[in-house]
Design a protein around this ligand. Structure first.
Ligand code: PAF
Length: 286
């Protein structure tokens, strides 16, 4: 495969270890880490750009993690576009792309022992994708152990994932700063996602009901409706669309507990829906 300039591809854990040992001979050297499953879009590139600005070296992992897919069809349909990913990364600056094998990430002497996620995985994605977050926590834990970064970058689009990774990071006392980055949207408001390439133009248009519902929710809060009333109205609005709603939920941004009568100081509205054959998620904090 052609390897564009400025991109160093490291395809094994042992090569990564050697590279990190070289960096760490300078104790003040900082490493930023952007874990991805590839099929990169502008949202990922923003994370990498920020990591490049804030660190001496940046590792971007590309690994489609089988343990976080509860649906085998979703795993096999997940886009794999390594050549294009490398090209995109080469345009934004210098970084190291880590493309580990399954055995690198899940070795026989696997360092991860499952942890209790304190109910953070009980609702929303956790409810609709059983086992998903254990898979995410497992892979991110093992990647953190391999990359040993100072900072790791995650998008706010995966709101519940971010909260769970923060929890895992402090549970294991990793000396890693978790940096949360804003959701990047198309000009019409559709949140960028690797899955969007599987949407037809018509479905992309239909999917705008997600952002419309999130803004409607914000407006209903500002108009003084209770969380329950606002949720009921938004669900009704959403259900006029062609998408199949899985959940539209208001939660406290910190605890992820559902809101009933009172708004929190920081509330997040989270949505997941099926748009044709593609599952989409999004959220808005207000
Ligand atoms: O957000 C993702 O792309 C994945 O869940 C992650 C964090 C790379 C783990 O596989």
């Amino acid at each position: 495969m052609e390897n564009p300039d400025k991109i160093n591809v490291i395809s094994s854990a042992s090569d990564l270890k050697q590279q990190i040992a070289i960096w760490k001979t300078n104790p003040s050297c900082t490493v930023g880490f952007v874990p991805t499953m590839g099929a990169l879009h502008e949202g990922h590139l923003k994370l990498v750009e920020k990591a490049i600005q804030e660190n001496d070296f940046v590792v971007v992992s590309i690994f489609v993690n089988p343990t976080q897919f509860n649906n085998p069809a979703d795993l096999s349909l997940y886009p794999r576009t390594l050549e294009n990913d490398l090209l995109l990364l080469s345009k934004i600056g210098s970084c190291f792309v880590f493309t580990p094998s399954i055995i690198d990430v899940y070795p026989e002497n696997d360092p991860y022992k499952p942890i209790h996620l304190q109910g953070l995985d009980a609702t929303m994605e956790g409810e609709f994708r059983p086992g998903h977050f254990q898979g995410v926590v497992h892979v991110v834990h093992n990647l953190f152990n391999l990359v040993l970064p100072n900072k790791a970058y995650f998008g706010k689009k995966d709101f519940q994932q971010l909260a769970i990774i923060r929890f895992m990071n402090s549970y294991f006392h990793f000396p890693i700063e978790i940096v949360a980055c804003e959701t990047i949207r198309e000009s019409n408001g559709l949140a960028m996602s690797s899955r969007n390439v599987r949407l037809s133009d018509e479905e992309k248009n239909d999917a705008l009901v997600i952002i419309d519902s999130l803004y409607l929710m914000k407006e209903l809060k500002e108009n003084g409706l209770s969380p329950t009333e606002a949720e009921r109205k938004c669900i009704w609005f959403f259900n006029q669309s062609n998408l199949k709603l899985e959940y539209l939920t208001l939660v406290d941004s910190e605890t992820l507990k559902p809101l009933l009568t009172e708004w929190s100081t920081k509330t997040t509205c989270c949505i997941a829906a099926q748009c044709g054959a593609v599952r989409l998620i999004d959220n808005l904090e207000f």
